[in-house]
Ligand binder design. Structure first.
Ligand code: AMP
Length: 173
């Protein structure tokens, strides 16, 4: 399945979760046979020659996309979670969202210094979430090989917030 077909399977929901936001709903892609496999294949393709050890997936759609990547390539998986969900000692980072503000957390012992990680989420919007996630990965001294998302809302220029590392998207709106 090509990227154009994948793009056509993502549904735009106007005014969700707030007026003025056009929400990219990937549930319509996920339920289509073989689309999830194609999507994760396209997301990981640029990184196949990198010696990645861990996929870091951002809650919650970064879990849906990140876990199958980890299974497919035999890498480990680390969840980057919304506040209050992780049980053990953790690090926290606040960030601004396209709609509101939030914070994100990771277990303090999730990654060893120097481990090579691929950061995964569904959508890059303003870049706040991925930028905060990179800050946490920096605190753990992870080596961020790259960031892979299914779709980028290019007009929001979220990439400008990201650190200087490889960034790949399957779909650019
Ligand atoms: P941001 O921090 O603004 O880049 O937002 C990225 C996070 O919020 C991602 O985890 C997305 O799942 C979600 N998100 C933000 N804006 C949208 C949107 N327009 N459609 C779908 N998801 C969005």
């Amino acid at each position: 399945m090509d990227n154009e077909k994948l793009s056509s399977l993502i549904r735009d929901v106007p005014d969700f979760p707030k007026p003025g936001i056009s929400y990219k709903d990937i549930t319509t892609l996920l339920k289509e046979p073989s689309a999830l496999k194609s999507a994760i294949g396209a997301m990981v393709k640029p990184f196949l020659n990198d010696k990645i050890e861990l996929v870091v997936g951002i809650e919650s759609r970064g879990f849906i996309l990140g876990a199958p990547i980890a299974i497919e390539l035999g890498w480990g998986f680390v969840p980057m979670r919304k506040p209050g969900k992780l049980p053990a000692e953790k690090l926290s980072q606040e960030y601004d969202l396209e709609y509101g503000s939030d914070s994100i957390e990771i277990h303090a012992d999730a990654i060893s210094a120097g481990q090579k990680v691929l950061l995964v989420d569904d959508v890059l919007a303003t870049g706040g979430t991925l930028a905060a996630s990179c800050q946490l990965l920096d605190k753990l001294e992870a080596e961020i090989v790259g960031i892979s998302v299914l779709a980028e809302l290019g007009f929001l220029q979220g990439r400008k917030k990201l650190p200087d590392c490889r960034f790949e998207t399957v779909i650019d709106y």
